[in-house]
Design a binder for this molecule. Structure first.
Ligand code: NAP
Ligand code: ZN
Ligand code: ZN
Length: 348
């Protein structure tokens, strides 16, 4: 399997365009996947524009990949040709450190291998993501997509789904818990759907009035427009957990005030510059400011199965690969309901 058609970023300031990549032949433990759809995560924009520094170009983004198995290495046990599968943000890890042994490959102490904008374990082969027609991945990093979920709307579960499911489970979202979700974008709308399905009461914090009805439709009990100071103050000391998905700088101190004693705000969004946090805001009330990175492979499968049982998928807008640059512009403006998903057929 050489020459695979793809779309790439060549430079942080230039639009993405067509590119041909070379992928390895499947090894004995590898699965070859014909990609059908790939979600567009805000992290794709951050990395294609080198907003976090250290980006590797040319870059083929995309880590919300779904497709169908088209070939397997002879030692592959879990998958066969024709299976509906997915690949998320990771394609390998060391498998020996304590995090890997606990199924937390995303925190691999020797550095996990990201699906794109990284290097394979050989330290020199760049990884290329899902804005492409095929991908070859070790079976341990391939996920099974539940049969009842439509492939296109399931694609964003591979990042937006697991990134919100993991902290909701870790911080014990469930009945009787009041949870705030800041930002109703790709991650945020999944946090609402999953948090609601776990039985928690969800309050959405949004920077405009526009998404109120959608938030309710996804299962939120309350909706607060963040510039409305009275509504914000009325929630002081009421929340058990806040999931912050916003990709731009916010005043985190305003939200720490809304937490009950001993509660946490978990940062998922990655603004280029972190805001200043008042020590008193944490000390008074023994509060925690935490972060969380995607999720491990076992937990990603658990999330997919949970979404299958509860019929949870993303609200998506399907786009052709030729429209990716417009999709990026719209995403940066917050103009997406609620995830762009690339139809990979348009690449062929
Ligand atoms: P997204 O779809 O663009 O959503 C971000 C949301 O931020 C917007 O929908 C918007 O919601 C809100 N927002 C607040 N103020 C805004 C402003 N001034 N301009 C634009 N939007 C504003 O992005 P996403 O894909 O959910 O990703 C969110 C962040 O999480 C990104 O930084 C991404 O890199 C990061 N991420 C982290 C992980 C992880 O493992 N921790 C994984 C994936 C992504 P409202 O309109 O409701 O305010
Ligand atoms: Zn992502
Ligand atoms: Zn490891």
């Amino acid at each position: 399997m050489n020459n695979v058609m793809a779309y790439a970023a060549f430079d942080p300031k230039k639009p993405l365009g067509p590119f041909t990549i070379s992928r390895r032949e499947p090894g004995i433990n590898d699965v070859q996947i014909d990609i059908k759809y790939c979600g567009v995560c805000h992290s794709d924009v951050h990395q294609a524009r080198d907003e976090w520094g250290g980006s590797i170009f040319p870059m083929v983004p995309g880590h919300e990949i779904v497709g169908v198995v088209s070939k397997t290495g002879h030692a592959v046990k879990k998958y066969k040709v024709g299976d509906k599968v997915g690949v998320g943000c990771l394609v390998d890890s060391c498998r020996t450190c304590s995090s890997c042994k606990e199924g937390l490959e995303q925190y691999c102490e020797n550095g996990s291998v990201p699906t794109y904008n990284g290097l394979e374990k050989d330290g020199k082969t760049p990884t290329f993501g899902g804005y492409s027609t095929h991908i070859i991945v070790h079976e341990d990093f391939v996920l099974k997509i539940p049969e009842n979920l439509p492939l296109d709307a399931a694609a964003p579960l591979l990042c937006a789904g697991i990134t919100t499911y993991s902290p909701l489970k870790h911080w014990k979202a469930g009945p009787g818990k009041k949870i705030g979700v800041i930002g109703l974008g790709g991650l945020g709308h999944m946090a609402v759907k999953i948090g609601h399905a776990l039985g928690a009461e969800i309050t959405v914090f949004s920077h405009s009035e526009r998404k109120r009805e959608d938030a309710k439709r996804f299962g939120a009990r309350n909706f607060v427009v963040t510039k409305n100071q009275n509504e914000m103050e009325a929630l002081t000391n009421t929340l058990d957990l806040i999931i912050n998905t916003v990709s731009v700088e916010l005043d985190w101190n305003l939200y720490l005030r809304l937490l009950k004693r001993d509660s946490s705000m978990v940062i998922l969004g990655v603004p280029s510059k972190a805001p200043e946090v008042s020590a008193f805001g944490l000390i008074a009330g023994r509060k925690s400011l935490a972060g969380s990175l995607i999720g491990g492979i076992a937990e990603t499968q658990e999330m997919l199965d949970f979404c299958g049982r509860n019929n949870i998928v993303c609200d998506i807008e399907r786009v052709a690969i030729q429209d990716i640059n417009t999709a990026y512009e719209r995403m940066v403006k917050g103009d997406v309901r609620y995830r762009f998903v690339i139809d990979i057929e348009s690449l062929k």
